[in-house]
Write a protein that binds this ligand. Structure first.
Ligand code: ZN
Length: 147
C-alpha cells in the first residue's frame, strides 16, 4: 500500500494541517476537498489522523476517570500518606483533562463526532416508516437530512 499522492504540493499542505480542513472557509476548502476525493493516499491518511484524535480523546477520558476513581478510593480508605496520594491522583486527573481539552480544541474531533452523530441520525431517519417521518417537526427533519 504505497500509493502516490496525485498532487504532492497539495498533499504536503494537507499533511501540515494533519488533513484537517474543517477550519477552512468554504471557498478555500473546495480545492482540498477535491484533492481528498481524488487522492486515495491523502484520504487514507486523513482517516488515520481522525482515528488518532478520537483515540486520544477516548484515552484521556479513561485516564481522567481512573485518576478520579483513585482519588475516591484514597479518600474512602484513608491510607497513610493519603494527602500526597490524593495530590498525585488530582494532578493525574488535571493532566488528563488538559490533554482532553487540547485535543478537543486543536483537532476536528467535535466536527468528526458531530458528523458521525448526524450520519447515524440520518440512517435512523431513513429507516422510519413514512407516517412517522411526516410527523417529525420540520426543523428536526431539516437538521437531519439537510434538505
Ligand atoms: Zn494527495
Amino acid at each position: 500500500m504505497s500509493q502516490q499522492c496525485v498532487d504532492p504540493i497539495v498533499g504536503k499542505i494537507l499533511a501540515g494541517w494533519r488533513y484537517d480542513i474543517s477550519g477552512l472557509a468554504a471557498e478555500m476548502r473546495g480545492d482540498y476537498e477535491q484533492h481528498l476525493a481524488a487522492c486515495e493516499r491523502c484520504r487514507g491518511r486523513q482517516r488515520v489522523h481522525r482515528i488518532i484524535d478520537v483515540g486520544l480523546i477516548a484515552l484521556a477520558s479513561v485516564s481522567a476517570g481512573v485518576f478520579l476513581l483513585a482519588f475516591g478510593v484514597i479518600r474512602h480508605f484513608g491510607p497513610r500518606h493519603a494527602f500526597w496520594l490524593e495530590i498525585a491522583a488530582l494532578t493525574g486527573f488535571a493532566l488528563s483533562a488538559l490533554i482532553w481539552l487540547v485535543v478537543a480544541v486543536a483537532t476536528p474531533v467535535p466536527v468528526t463526532v458531530m458528523d458521525a452523530a448526524k450520519q447515524g441520525a440520518r440512517r435512523v431517519h431513513d429507516r422510519l416508516p413514512e407516517e412517522i417521518r411526516q410527523r417529525l417537526p420540520e426543523e428536526l427533519r431539516i437538521k437531519i437530512t439537510g434538505t
